[in-house]
Design a protein around this ligand. Structure first.
Ligand code: MN
Length: 204
């Protein structure tokens, strides 16, 4: 039984052009994201098997795999809805007010988020998260899909800076991809995710 499933995109592969090529989007969603979904389900099955046999020799690798694949699945699910053919522009709604309160304004937020994205060493993400203990937004620089993550925080806005997210189109110019991401950002979705996060919900 599959616990996790690949969500459909809400737009066609070519609809985010010229900011993101159809070929990248298709590969990224249909191949890369699917691999995380399958990896999460496979790892859950292997853990069930380990409980059955009582053999936990591979526990460290399995727990790492579980965190990696579930986190990869969730972050990609957020990424697809964070982008829209009708996106771009400045923050709106509740998110706008929180960015002003928690980062001293949009400029400071944008600089921190972009620096986090550009600076990721190797594979990772820039992430704007709801941090429920403080009741505020934070920017996180996430390595792979799961490392340097503040426990319990909820990703609202994510930029994938793994090479598979941009290399075919932007080659080594990661900053150009991050700029392109802002041209398609869907603030309505970020506000929807914030409202859900405050209720303890999370949608793929
Ligand atoms: Mn990716």
């Amino acid at each position: 039984m599959s616990v996790y499933t690949l969500p459909d995109l809400k737009y066609d592969y070519g609809e985010l052009e010229p900011h993101l090529s159809a070929k990248i989007l298709q590969l990224h969603h249909d191949k890369h994201h699917l691999a995380y979904v399958n990896g999460a389900n496979d790892t859950l099955e292997k853990l069930a098997e380990a409980r059955k046999t009582g053999s936990f020799a591979a526990i460290n690798a399995l727990e790492k795999s579980l965190a990696f694949h579930i986190s990869g699945h969730k972050l990609h699910s957020v990424l697809w809805t964070n982008m829209s053919p009708k996106g771009g522009g400045l923050p709106t709604g509740d998110v706008k007010g929180l960015i002003e309160n928690d980062f001293g304004g949009y400029e400071g937020f944008l600089k921190q988020f972009n620096a986090a994205c550009v600076g990721v060493q190797g594979s990772g993400w820039g992430v704007l998260s709801w941090e429920p203990l403080a009741g505020r937004l934070i920017v996180q620089q996430v390595y792979d899909h799961q490392s340097e993550h503040a426990q319990g925080s909820v990703p609202l806005l994510v930029c994938d800076v793994w090479e598979h997210a941009y290399y075919l189109q932007y080659e080594n110019r990661r900053a150009e991809w991050i700029n392109a991401f802002w041209a398609v950002v869907n603030w309505d979705d970020v506000n929807h995710r914030l409202a859900e996060a405050k209720l303890g919900k999370f949608s793929a």
